[in-house]
Design a protein around this ligand. Structure first.
Ligand SMILES: [Fe+2]
Ligand SMILES: [Fe+2]
Length: 247
C-alpha cells in the first residue's frame, strides 16, 4: 500500500531572546503541508523554545492548523522548566503507538528534564521492544525519537546522541524497523544503519541552523517497494535525499 507522510521537527515556538522562532516560516510550512495532504504529520520534538505555558499554548495553536493527523513527541526544550507537565496536559503522553493500515509508528520520549542530552532508558526500550514484536513482518515500522540515534555531521558534541543509543539501536535492528525519525540539532541527514534508514530532520521555523542549511522538513513516501525521502525547503525547492528499496 502507498503512503505519504511529512516529518517536521523542532518548530521551537516561543519568544527566544534572539527571535529564534520564525512564525512566518512555520505558517508557510503548514500551508505547504496542508496542500500535500499527507496521511500524517510526525513532529519529533522541541515544539517549544523553553517549555513555558505560553510557549505550549502557542505551539498547540500552530500544530492544530495541520489538517492531517499529527503525531507528536517531546524534545529537550519541551522538558525545560518542568515543561513536561504542560506537554502532557496539552499534547498528551509522550510515548505512544499508532497504526495506519500496514504502517506501525512508535513515538518515544527521550527527554530528560532540564538536561539537553537524551536517554530512552531500559523501561521504555523494553516497552518499544514489546510493541514492535507484535507487529506483522510485512508492516512498515517507523520509530520517532527526538535525539540523534547516530551522530550527524556538523553537529559537534557527542551529547546530541542518545546516551543509550547502542542499546536502543540494537533493539530496533532486531525488530527490523524500516525508518527512524529524529530531530534535535536542526541539521538534516539520512544514514543507513543495517537495514534501517535514520532520517534526522532540520527545522522549518527556527533561526538556529548551521551555515547554509535552510529551514526545511521531510516528505516521505512509501510506494511499491520503495521509500523516498525528500527534503523540502520552506518556500523553496524540493530535493531528493534518498530513494531506496524498502529494506
Ligand atoms: Fe531543537
Ligand atoms: Fe533538541
Amino acid at each position: 500500500m502507498d503512503h505519504l507522510f511529512v516529518h517536521v521537527s523542532d518548530i521551537h515556538v516561543g519568544r527566544g531572546e534572539r527571535g529564534e522562532f520564525m512564525p512566518e516560516k512555520l505558517e508557510l510550512c503548514i500551508d505547504e503541508v496542508n496542500e500535500l495532504a499527507p496521511e500524517a504529520v510526525i513532529l519529533t520534538g522541541d515544539l517549544t523554545m523553553f517549555g513555558l505555558k505560553e510557549d505550549y499554548e502557542s505551539a498547540k495553536k500552530y500544530v492544530d492548523q495541520f489538517k492531517s493527523k499529527t503525531l507528536v513527541i517531546p524534545g529537550n526544550h519541551d522538558a525545560r522548566y518542568t515543561g513536561y507537565i504542560y506537554y502532557e496536559e496539552i499534547f498528551g503522553v509522550g510515548n505512544w503507538t499508532h497504526r495506519m493500515d500496514d504502517v506501525f509508528i512508535v513515538g518515544v520520549d527521550s527527554s530528560v528534564p532540564d538536561l539537553d542530552e537524551g536517554r530512552v532508558g531500559r523501561g521504555r526500550t523494553d516497552w518499544v521492544d514489546k510493541n514492535l514484536q507484535r507487529v506483522p513482518d510485512d508492516f512498515y515500522k517507523i520509530v520517532a525519537v527526538h535525539h540523534h540515534l547516530v551522530s550527524v555531521p556538523g553537529t559537534g558534541r557527542e551529547r546530541n546522541v542518545l546516551t543509550d543509543a547502542g542499546d536502543f539501536l540494537q533493539m530496533l535492528v532486531r525488530n527490523k524497523v524500516n525508518l527512524v525519525l529524529c530531530g534535535h540539532k536542526h541539521t538534516p541527514h539520512v544514514w543507513r544503519v543495517e537495514d534501517i534508514y535514520v532520517a534526522t530532520a532540520g527545522t522549518p521555523s527556527c533561526r538556529k541552523v548551521r551555515a547554509k542549511i535552510p529551514q526545511c522538513y521531510y516528505i516521505i513516501e512509501f510506494k511499491d517497494t520503495y521509500t523516498t525521502i525528500n527534503l523540502k525547503e520552506v518556500g523553496g525547492k524540493e530535493e531528493r535525499v534518498r530513494k531506496c528499496k524498502t529494506l
